[in-house]
Structures are given as structure tokens and as C-alpha cells.
Design a protein around this ligand. Sequence first.
Ligand code: PEP
Length: 250
Amino acid sequence: MRRRIIAGNWKMFNNISESQNLVSKLVSGLNNQNLIREVIICPPFTSLSEISNLLKGTKIELGAQNMHFEEKGAFTGEISNDMLKSVGCKYVILGHSERRTIFGESDELINKKIKKALYSDLTPIFCIGESLVQRENGTTKEVIERQVLEGIKDLNEEDVNKIIIAYEPIWAIGTGKTASPQQAQEVHKFIRSILKDTFSEATSENIPILYGGSVKPNNAEDLLAKEDIDGALVGGACLEAESFISIIKA
Ligand code: PEP
């Protein structure tokens, strides 16, 4: 059975005390229960070290929101794989649409980051998704195929199997407009078909594909019930312990 995962992307929210507060509410709310889903939180860099300590002994895993592809060097403002690992990160979100659209990250750059993350035993949560214009002009599949194939370019099958994919239609991120479970399922199934054609049926069946884009407590259950939706990448709704917990339990 494929892994079931709920990941929270905190984006640029929460200073240290706000982070501590949210994490302690999450930890006590989940109370180390045996959940059917793995839980990952991705706070801003400044909170990672502190949160890593707070998560010790809990079932919540830690991830970062971005990473540079070089090991070290004169890259002002950037963060390396080793830095993330040294504060206890196991995951890193790469290719988020906000990185692609606001900061101009290309498929090629994202591919370099994915390779670096895998090389250093960090699991990439590799985000892909079409814009509203692309959906409306009927190029969703073309865009998704390009993003997937460019993102995993030159990876062998063993490495590809270590990745988590997140399908996040840009028009649904932070807009309150969710893809319908059917729309999301259709793209997830398409992503699996790309993986099958490129690698094998086993690989296409093994890789977890999360849905992201205005996932809330009131729509999580229907989305997560779909055959090819293995979890969610949650933005806004992960900033409140109560709503994130109810998505985890949906
Ligand atoms: C995200 O940031 O990855 C995201 C899906 O945000 P939201 O849930 O707010 O749409």
C-alpha cells in the first residue's frame, strides 16, 4: 500500500513564539495517536531548529520549504542540504508554484535541487501544477508532463521512488477555489501514467501523489477518498492547529 501523507507548508508565517505555540497545539492535539497518515510540517527556516527539538519523541516529521542545489559557497540568502539535515529535516518542498512564479525557478533549476536533495537523503516534495490560463486553454496535461519529466530528468528508477509528488493547480492555491475531487483524480491518474511509461507500473503505483490547493477540513475527506490521491499538501489551513488536525484525521 502507498504511503498516506499530510504535509503542512507554513510559507512565510510564524516567528519563533508563534511557531512554538502552533507546534505545541499540534503535538497535544495529535497526542501521539496511531494515525493512518504520516504528518510532515514545513516551517520557515528560522523556526526549524527550535521545532526540531519540540518534535522529538512525536510522530510529526520536519521539512523545509526550499533548498539550494550547491553544497556550500557564496550564495547569499540561500540554504544548503547539510544545513537542513543538521537541524533534523527529512523533507524539503521543491518546485512550489510560488517559487516558480514569484522567484522565477525553472524546471532545470528544480531538477538540480531534486538531485541534490536525493543525494543527501532528503526527500523532495516535488510540486507541479498548471495555471488558470493553462487549464482554460486545455494545456494542463502538456504542462504537467513537462514539469514531471524535466523535474525528474536523469534520475534512475530507484531515486525516483524516493520522491513525493504534490499536484497543486496554481489557480487553487490560496484562492479558496479547490479542484474538484474528480479534476484532481484525473490529473493524479495522468501523473501515474507518465511514471508508468517512463519507468514501470510498480514505480507508478509506489510514488505518493499529494493534492494541494485550498484543502480545508470541509473538503479533505472527499479529495482524500479518491483512488490516486495519497494525501495533501496544505497551506493556509495548516496554520491553525485545529483545522490541520481535522485534515489529518479526515
Ligand atoms: C500550498 O501552499 O502548497 C497550498 C496548497 O496552499 P493553500 O492550501 O493555502 O492553497
